[in-house]
Design a binder for this molecule. Structure first.
Ligand code: PSU
Ligand code: MN
Length: 301
């Protein structure tokens, strides 16, 4: 028996063979500030529905791995009331201790796969952090061993993007640009880093996942798309904001899982909130594309 619990809406969708898109909850409970996190949840959910699929926010709810965070539990996550950031390694502990846990990309992928879901959307994946001490997100290892399509706007600009792409290559993660030849920079459309392949239609992504499965490969497909043009930020602005954020984090001695939320908050302050608007817009766009891919998979020959 699966350890995962589905909400009624997600269970009904699965039973009817309708496409479902998994979403993460760490972006809601740690990544975005209150009340923008509520807007993010609503816009992602609406975008998935508009794209023809059913949304399932992943989370550990009082120890139960859940697909479809809603109601009172969702309110606790949005209020960040005693909700821990949970990566893949932390899942068994939150379960055994009966706690609330907001899932990172790594943990969300684990729950999505466990629930038989094929497609997952997020803002940006974790990756290799800049400078010492060594810090590489567990998202990369999980992308390499979970047969799920992940849609994102690249890795966060706070990271070392060339190193992150190199690690994805080493780990054997299939990376495709959706409508782009470049690895996007999350807030920015362009980084000058090329992706190994480009696709322009959801059906192509579906065929790539099915090909990976036909080979028995354990990993999924990482689909990167640039942020919507009207929301994208200027690269110089982002660069300066990130450098400032890194200085603050180093001075404050921030380490481990606290690094990512700390840097995201500092970038938001340094860009006067413009990074927040971009973040919401790209989360919505990624959720919409994920829905179209899930629909393509549900109808794939
Ligand atoms: N990107 C964002 N906001 C976020 C995250 C990424 O714009 O909140 C979260 C995701 O949940 C991602 C996690 O999986 O940060 C990575 O954290 P770490 O670097 O500690 O693995
Ligand atoms: Mn880390």
């Amino acid at each position: 028996m699966s350890a995962v619990r589905w909400t009624a809406a997600v269970a009904a969708a699965r039973a009817a063979g309708r496409p479902v898109v998994a979403l993460e909850s760490s972006v809601l409970a740690q990544g975005l500030p209150v009340p923008a996190n509520r807007e993010a949840e609503r816009r992602m959910r609406d975008a998935v529905i508009a794209g023809g699929a059913v949304p399932a926010v992943t989370a550990v709810v009082q120890g139960v791995p859940t697909l479809g965070l809603e109601g009172e539990a969702l309110e606790r996550f949005l209020a960040r009331d005693g909700v821990a950031k949970v990566s893949a390694r932390d899942l068994p502990v939150s379960m055994a201790q009966g706690r609330d846990g907001a899932t990172t990309v790594a943990a969300a992928l684990t729950l999505a796969a466990q629930g038989g879901l094929d497609v997952f959307a997020t803002g940006g994946i974790g990756g290799v952090h800049r400078d010492a001490p060594f810090d590489e997100s567990a998202d990369l290892a999980e992308l390499a061993r979970t047969s799920v399509v992940t849609v994102c706007a690249g890795a966060k600009s706070i990271l070392d993007l060339p190193a992150t792409l190199e690690r994805l290559e080493t780990l054997g993660v299939t990376v495709v640009g959706f409508g782009t030849d470049e690895f996007p920079g999350f807030f920015t459309a362009r980084t000058g880093l090329r992706v190994p392949a480009r696709v322009d239609a959801p059906e192509e992504v579906a065929r790539i996942l099915l090909a990976a499965r036909a080979l028995g490969r354990p990993g999924g497909v990482l689909v990167v798309q640039p942020p919507p043009p009207d929301a994208a930020l200027d690269a110089t602005l982002v660069d300066e904001a990130v450098r400032e954020a890194l200085r603050i984090a180093a001075a404050a001695g921030v380490r481990g899982p606290a690094v990512t939320p700390h840097l995201l908050a500092a970038v938001e302050r340094a860009t006067g909130g413009r990074s927040l608007a971009a973040n919401l817009a790209l989360l919505e766009a990624n959720a919409g594309l994920a829905a179209r891919i899930a629909v393509a998979l549900a109808t794939a020959p």
